[in-house]
Write a protein that binds this ligand. Structure first.
Ligand SMILES: [Zn+2]
Length: 199
């Protein structure tokens, strides 16, 4: 039997337990959805996937196939083993949060990836100790030689995916980013659902 596809609902978070050696396929179902991704060590949520430690280990801004992402204690946690999305992801930007949307002019509550991390984990009875910088799958933050950054629409296509392998028992958490003010989830600014499969 095929392992089940789990929905990351539009504008929401979802988390799951993953065993060492299992793979997680993260599917950009509708093609232009950024999926913020976190991984926490099972049994010690104070150890988690860290973008600054991963960049030092990879010597790259974004992971390529074969690259291993590291924890804040520099231990392997996820390895990227497949990527059909065009390979454009982001490790630089913090998860969106209420203050981000306040800064963008929102006067009422706006769904945000930080709350989605906590919401997804809450379904598992887990409270993350903080909001680590996420691996922003499918997020297109191009950089110039001068070091300038911009928020651009994804280049991924519907049904494209990445596959990561768990290097230890962990909790993985996702947020289907609800950003609808900038075009980071496509020029239509319509956040959508995404899916993942643990195998
Ligand atoms: Zn977001």
């Amino acid at each position: 039997m095929e392992p089940a596809e789990i929905v990351i609902p539009a504008r929401r978070g979802k988390a799951a337990h993953v065993r060492r050696g299992q793979t997680v396929r993260v599917i950009n179902t509708h093609g232009e959805q950024v999926v913020d991704t976190w991984a926490f060590a099972a049994g010690d949520l104070g150890e988690f996937m860290s973008m600054e430690h991963s960049r030092a280990g990879m010597r790259r801004l974004t992971p390529k196939i074969g690259d291993t992402l590291l924890t804040n204690r520099r231990a392997p946690i996820l390895t990227l083993i497949e990527d059909t999305s065009g390979g454009v992801h982001d490790t630089l930007m913090a998860a969106c949060d209420r203050w981000r949307y306040e800064g963008l002019g929102c006067t009422e509550y706006h769904d945000n990836c930080q709350d989605n991390l906590f919401g997804g984990c809450k379904e598992l009875g887990i409270v993350p100790p903080e909001t680590p910088s996420p691996l922003n799958l499918f997020m297109n933050i191009p950089w110039t030689i001068e070091g300038s950054l911009s928020f651009d629409p994804p280049v991924s296509t519907p049904g494209s995916f990445v596959v990561v392998r768990a290097e230890r028992d962990l909790v993985i958490a996702f947020s289907a980013c609800p950003q609808d003010i900038l075009p980071i989830n496509g020029r239509g600014r319509q956040p959508t659902e995404a899916h993942f499969v643990i195998a």
